[in-house]
Design a protein around this ligand. Sequence first.
Ligand code: AP5
Ligand code: MG
Length: 213
Amino acid sequence: MKIVMLGAPGAGKGTQAVNIAKEFGIPHISTGDIFRANIKNQTELGMKAKSYMDKGALVPDDITIGMLLDRIVDNDCKNGFVLDGFPRTIPQAESLKAALSLQDARIDHAIDIEVPDEVITKRMGGRRSCPKCGGTYHIAFNPPKKEGICDNCGTELVQRADDKPETVLERLKTYHDQTQPLIDFYRNEGVLTEVDGTKKPDEVLADILGALR
Ligand code: AP5
Ligand code: MG
């Protein structure tokens, strides 16, 4: 089961990818989470990525593609994976396709979570994230059981640096310019499923699982 999550920043890719990964026993791979972990550990990769992420721009393909292709050959990816935040450009999608075809494999499903920009800008201010396990919450729409604490691992939740309103607008612009064309890319591959991401999180999950089964 090799799955790609598509959708604008804040559409709910991370929220749903965690659940899909749990359901099928496959790893959830978020390029954004990998970059944030590198920033936290002050690695060279993290320092490079930070300057782009802070502006709401994409990290260049020459950094991102190699990092992701290295990750999906790890042992835990043998039965598949859920990619969250990759691919984000046509060259990324083409590189992934080429790498998988070398192993006689392909992306089985691309799930596009559709949410209008106005809904997204309202959501982002209330997002809280777990810096340890990547768990995602919302203070109003999806609160943790104990305020400010991750349900999964008990870590203190944080607000992401790129959730400032002006950066969110830049990320949306970047999405429409560079990532939205991937919807047609995967439609042409015959693997696209579009879901309404304005429903409640558990309803969105039910729609996705219905399509995957
Ligand atoms: P990344 O971390 O991937 O950020 P993003 O795509 O902007 O997406 P988000 O994580 O912001 O949103 P999401 O769709 O996961 O939504 P979530 O589930 O959190 O990337 C960050 C940066 O890294 C990029 O800007 C770029 O610079 C760089 N980068 C990463 N990958 C790259 C690549 N491949 N190439 C180049 N650069 C790359 O949900 C959002 C909020 O809404 C949460 O609070 C959640 O609780 C809430 N919510 C979720 N679902 C619902 C619902 N149904 N109803 C109400 N609220 C909901
Ligand atoms: Mg995310």
